[in-house]
Design a protein around this ligand. Structure first.
Ligand code: NAG
Ligand code: NAG
Length: 148
């Protein structure tokens, strides 16, 4: 016969398990995942517009390819920062060092660029924002990263 005590303890173990992990984890690396950050249209040449794609490859990399069409008033790569931030403006990934090596600025925008990241996966960045900042810390453009 199963004792009441046993049932009681089982119940608490069960509660502990579900409280530690209330939802089954859905964030993982999966080849074929694609996300896009589209900067909203602006007719202000100083605001970043354009699009950045992220796609998860078979060899555990994230290919980032994009082109920005406005928001870049000068060609010096050191004047711009590229970040993924959350809704509270907390930096999740600082991509500046890597992206500033491959982004060629062609005022008022950039040439098409591509870079393969190995230090994050799509589900980690979805739901956050891609932001381009001028070195003066002014936001030049901000786009939500959405899974597609
Ligand atoms: C992003 O991906 C879409 C869909 O594949 C494509 O049409 C678009 O040209 C890509 N944009 C860039 C900047 O690579
Ligand atoms: C950036 O432009 C320079 C000079 O035109 C060129 O040599 C270089 O290959 C370009 N880099 C990229 C990543 O397109």
């Amino acid at each position: 016969m199963i004792s009441v005590k046993f049932l009681f303890i089982s119940f608490f173990i069960f509660l502990t398990i579900i409280s530690v992990n209330p939802y089954p984890s859905t964030t993982k690396r999966k080849a074929g995942d694609v996300a896009v950050a589209t900067f909203p249209y602006s007719d202000n040449i100083n605001t970043v517009t354009g699009e950045i794609n992220f796609s998860e490859t078979e060899d555990k990399k994230v290919t980032c390819s994009g082109q920005l069409n406005s928001g870049f008033q000068n060609t010096h790569p050191d004047n711009f920062d590229y970040m993924i931030i959350d809704k509270d403006d907390k930096i999740i990934k600082d991509l500046t060092e890597k992206l500033s090596n491959v982004i060629n600025i062609t005022v008022p925008g950039t040439a098409p660029f591509t870079y393969q990241f190995t230090d994050f996966y799509i589900d980690e960045i979805v739901g956050n924002w891609f932001v381009v900042r001028r070195r003066s810390d002014v936001v030049a453009g901000k786009a939500p990263i959405k899974k597609v």
